[in-house]
Design a protein around this ligand. Structure first.
Ligand SMILES: NC(=O)C1=CN([C@@H]2O[C@H](COP(=O)(O)OP(=O)(O)OC[C@H]3O[C@@H](n4cnc5c(N)ncnc54)[C@H](OP(=O)(O)O)[C@@H]3O)[C@@H](O)[C@H]2O)C=CC1
Ligand SMILES: Nc1nc(=O)c2c([nH]1)NC[C@@H]1CN(c3ccc(C(=O)N[C@@H](CCC(=O)O)C(=O)O)cc3)C=[N+]21
Length: 297
């Protein structure tokens, strides 16, 4: 039986980070400063702390300045909004990322709406959501853009392919569907109210899983030869007692004999998210300084 190609997201991400680092070096030469990314973390969620640490390290490795703001879990909305406004006004800051989710006393939408759209490297501000939907230049959310890069690298032109996105969140599912539409796919968005998910998934040439339920999408749902992008990051108990491991939203072992290609978890989409964040930050810095954005990013 044939077995799916495993899409090397970590490897592709390393290549993208290297191209960003070259662009950063050229930017520094031209402008005399490094691009700056501000990352704001409220509270002590352990998973968020890991991501923020990884982002800080990758930012420094690319030659950019990483500015981390760690605020206590009890931070008020007013204080967080004041910090965001300070970062908006700081000329050394090209990108602002407020790690989600935020504690319950803070209205996420209010925070996202306060980030300057031209520093919104996450692409979550409604201005950038609207720009994406209208086909205008803006910032595109990192995870979906990373998925599109992997798909185009693998498949070339995506025109006419049937794509099914499982999940409709603002940070993954909806922008993913917009990007697939822009690539001329025929797009279906499935969610928790979808009837007969296995049949919907079974039509897809491209399946993007962004649900947050371990191994929910089964191998026998897939159309033979489908390309599977697994965005899910789920921590589950490992075989060894007391240990945990990461799994995706797709039953990876079951998908292998059916799919043509699939991203693993870890080392699939996750590393792409961070690499695209660096890319978006360099693009932001170039636009703000009115220097050309390097090609091939
Ligand atoms: N690799 C990466 O870089 C990133 C990974 N992630 C991971 O991706 C996953 C999704 O994240 P996110 O989009 O933020 O999650 P959300 O919880 O915001 O959204 C989950 C979506 O899945 C849908 N859903 C839930 N249950 C079902 C079901 N039984 N059948 C069909 N659809 C269902 C929900 O539907 P409804 O809208 O109806 O409730 C919702 O639209 C998580 O595992 C997260 O950790 C997230 C961001 C980045
Ligand atoms: N404002 C905001 N922007 C985000 O982009 C954002 C966010 N909030 N909140 C949380 C989610 C999640 N997310 C991930 C980033 C990297 C990995 C990643 O690097 N994963 C590694 C494994 C990491 C590990 O071992 O834990 C991998 O898949 O190989 C995963 C998930 C970004 N998010």
């Amino acid at each position: 039986m044939s077995t799916a190609a495993i899409i090397d997201g970590a490897g592709f991400a390393a290549g993208l980070r290297a191209r960003v680092a070259e662009g950063v070096a050229a930017f520094r030469e031209r402008t005399g400063r490094a691009p700056g990314l501000a990352v704001v973390l409220v509270g002590e969620d352990p998973a968020s702390q890991v991501y923020v640490r990884n982002k800080g390290r990758a930012t420094a490795e690319a030659g950019m300045v990483s500015i981390e703001h760690k605020l206590p879990a009890e931070t008020s909305q007013a204080d967080l909004l004041a910090l965001v406004r300070e970062l908006n006004a700081d000329p050394s800051v090209d990108g602002i990322l407020v790690q989600l989710p935020l504690p319950a006393q803070i209205n996420e939408n209010a925070v996202i709406a306060t980030i300057d759209p031209d520093k919104d490297v996450d692409g979550f501000n409604p201005v950038n959501v609207g720009r994406l939907a209208s086909g205008l230049h803006g910032f595109v959310p990192c995870t979906p853009l990373g998925c599109i890069m992997l798909l185009k690298d693998r498949l070339g032109d995506l025109s006419g392919l049937d794509a099914v996105v499982v999940g409709r969140s603002n940070i993954v599912g909806k922008p993913m569907a917009q990007l697939l539409l822009k690539e001329n796919c025929t797009v279906t968005i499935a969610h928790s109210r979808t009837r007969d998910l296995p049949a919907i998934v079974g039509r897809a040439d491209i399946v993007v899983a962004a649900v947050g339920r371990p191994r929910m999408i089964r191998g026998d749902w897939l159309k033979p030869g489908a390309t599977v992008i697994d965005v899910g990051i789920n921590r589950v108990p490992a075989d060894e007692p007391g240990k945990t491991r990461l799994v995706g939203d797709v039953a990876f072992d079951e998908a292998l004999p059916v799919a043509a290609a699939i991203t693993p978890v870890p080392k699939g989409v996750g590393p792409m998210t961070i690499a695209v964040l660096l890319r978006n930050t360099l693009v932001s810095a170039c636009r703000r300084e009115r220097v050309p954005v390097p090609e091939g990013l």
